[in-house]
Design a protein around this ligand. Structure first.
Ligand code: FES
Ligand code: MG
Length: 599
């Protein structure tokens, strides 16, 4: 490292090499010597690089990071840094009850504390499974030390009887097959398990592939890195290059705030439409933006993303899976296609010190069946639609997954092709839904709208991925495999349902869904971006009074201390569902000085 970099002062020097404070320096340094690091190393000008480890036996999607970390360390060493690997709160999307959504802010909180409170000059964020990515980026944003993300990569493609089987996505299909009597319990488990043949994150365009792709589009990981399948040798090489790059980031003092600009977020919004990204993306990107202090609103998703076509033919919107996406060119091929149409803010800086325009100008699709050309997309205008009305202030709908069949049934009235209305059946949470969905007395037919509430960030808590509800078994047997769904919860990114979700405010905090009743009629108008309960304002006000008199909308009590704390401090989905008191702490490595000494 050059002398000029040294004079800038690495923050780790305050711990390990502070002649003005010899007793504390000795106290800090002796424990990091006792496993083999030497005084010569710790008191050199070499930056200390943290590796925030999200993989563990509890978190199988990210577990391969335990292996990759070795190559990251070699890259860090080769570039002159000193790696220190440490665990962070694990988050496993499918295994964590009541929902991994509850843990994102907890992991954010603890990683923020680690990055600020230890001698770390830069950090490699090991991302992968759904919430691990936003949790890491949110913390890097708050602390604002040089940071680079390393994706663990998707699993290999899943196969069953010669067909591609996508993780997550197959669950929703297998559920219908089970309900229709086409498979039994064993067949169900086998079919679903065939979708997950190796280490890595979900091989579909679920929340994991989405958030890893958007991290690259934001400029926070190396170009071309998101799509490399976890077991491929290229993934190991990428880990090594990521280790080298973080040392350069520290030397250049290139921080998240230099990369996570509004232009970068707009790029990510557009890429999200082109890849057919998850409906969890707005929640997580809005959260990252709030922690870095960039103004980003739900409306921006519609303004910048709605008219961008769907180019990536991955399940659930399309046919292919993660290996195919990588071989077709991954994120750079998508960005390159958008760049050539002027849809990328080309001067946005990325972790390698180059702009996204420089990184991706020459990238293109190597397989146009998987990554389509802009002028021959899978669907036009594939972004999210933001809806509002008298039931909520905002909700989103992923228009890229509206099937032809769905369109023919609901959106084909020649007089008003973008609107439909129907009778609603309301469920209070997933337990209520599971116990009653097949009850014939509910009178569910192909014109019914299914509503689920009490499933938002406060009500559940964390926000359950339950809005995509299958129709009653009898309807599935009659060929109706999807009904319109509305809810204040989330939906798995692997689901292909065009549900109306993330409704805010949620029922638990007084949102309009709380006064909805089975038998009401609701109108959905996609052209006017509106969902309305067809009742007078007086009627709605009356119901609100009645609900208040009965003690408000009921939801289960917190079961753990964190659930209670989360409920007290977390906002709604439209503003990222962040810990609201955390937002005022920004760029703390620059604004808060160093933490005080420990003894
Ligand atoms: Fe972890 Fe999909 S469940 S990546
Ligand atoms: Mg999920």
């Amino acid at each position: 490292m050059t002398a000029s970099k040294t004079s800038r002062g690495l923050r780790s020097r305050a711990w390990f090499d502070n002649p003005g404070n010899p007793d504390m320096t000795a106290l800090y340094i002796e424990r990091y010597l006792n496993y083999g690091l030497s005084l010569a190393e710790l008191q050199s000008d070499r930056p200390i690089i943290g590796i925030a480890q999200t993989g563990s036996d509890l978190a199988p999607c990210n577990r391969h990071h335990l292996v990759l970390a070795q190559r990251v360390k070699e890259g860090i060493r080769d570039a002159g840094g000193i790696p220190i690997e440490f665990p962070i709160h694990p988050i496993q999307e499918t295994g964590k009850r009541p929902t991994a959504g509850l843990d994102r802010n907890l992991a954010y909180l603890s990683l923020t504390e680690l990055l600020f409170g230890y001698p770390i000059d830069g950090v490699v964020l090991t991302i992968g499974c759904d919430k691990t990515t936003p949790a890491c980026l949110m913390a890097a944003a708050t602390v604002n030390i040089p940071a680079i993300a390393l994706s663990v990569g998707p699993m290999l493609n899943g196969w069953h009887k010669g067909e591609r089987v996508g993780s997550g996505t197959i669950v929703w299909k297998a559920r219908q097959m089970l309900a229709a009597g086409e498979i039994d319990y064993r067949g169900f488990v086998e079919l679903v398990a065939s979708s997950a043949p190796s280490t890595g994150f979900c091989n579909t365009m679920g929340t994991a592939t989405t958030m890893n792709s958007l991290t690259e589009a934001l400029g926070m990981s190396l170009p071309g890195s998101a799509a490399i399948p976890a077991p491929y040798r290229d993934r190991q090489e990428c880990a090594w290059r990521t280790g080298q790059q973080i040392v350069e980031l520290v030397q250049a003092d290139r921080k998240p705030s230099d990369i996570l600009t509004r232009e970068a977020f707009i790029n990510a919004i557009r890429v999200n439409s082109a890849i057919g990204g998850s409906t969890n993306a707005p929640i997580h990107l809005n959260a990252i933006a709030r922690h870095i202090g960039v103004k980003l609103e739900l409306e921006d998703w519609e303004t910048y993303g709605r008219d961008v076509p769907l180019l990536v033919n991955l399940q659930p919107a399309g046919e292919y899976l993660g290996e195919d996406f990588y071989q077709a060119g991954g994120v750079p091929a998508v960005v390159g296609e958008l760049l050539r149409k002027g849809l990328i803010e080309r001067n946005a800086l990325t972790v390698n010190g180059k702009t996204i325009g420089e990184n991706c100008a020459d990238a293109g699709s190597a397989n146009e069946a998987v990554i389509r050309r802009f002028d021959d997309p899978l669907r036009r205008a594939a972004g999210l639609t933001v809806l509002r009305g008298n039931l909520f202030d905002s909700a989103v709908m992923k228009t890229s997954v509206i099937s032809e069949d769905f369109r023919a049934r609901y959106l084909s009235d020649p007089a008003d092709p973008e609107a439909f209305e129907g009778r609603v059946v309301v469920f209070d949470g997933p337990e209520d839904y599971h116990s009653r969905i097949d009850d014939p007395s509910l009178g569910i037919d192909d014109r019914t709208l299914l509503v689920i509430r009490g499933t938002g960030p406060i009500g559940y808590p964390g926000g359950a991925e339950v809005v995509n509800m299958r129709p009653p078994a009898a309807l599935i047997r009659a060929g109706i495999d999807a009904l319109p769904c509305i809810g204040d919860g989330r939906q798995s990114g692997t689901s292909g349902s065009p549900s109306i979700l993330n409704a805010a405010p949620e029922a638990a905090v007084g949102g309009g869904l709380a006064v909805l009743r089975t038998g009401d009629r609701v109108r959905v108008d996609l052209r006017r971006r509106e969902v309305r309960l067809l009742a007078s304002d007086e009627e709605i006000a009356q119901r609100r009074d009645e609900l208040a008199r009965n003690g408000g909308f009921a939801y289960p009590a917190a079961q753990t201390p964190w659930q209670e704390i989360h409920r007290d401090l977390t906002g709604q989905f439209d503003s990222g569902a962040v810990l609201e008191p955390a937002v005022k702490y920004q760029r703390i490595a620059q604004t808060a000085g160093l933490p005080r000494d420990s003894h």
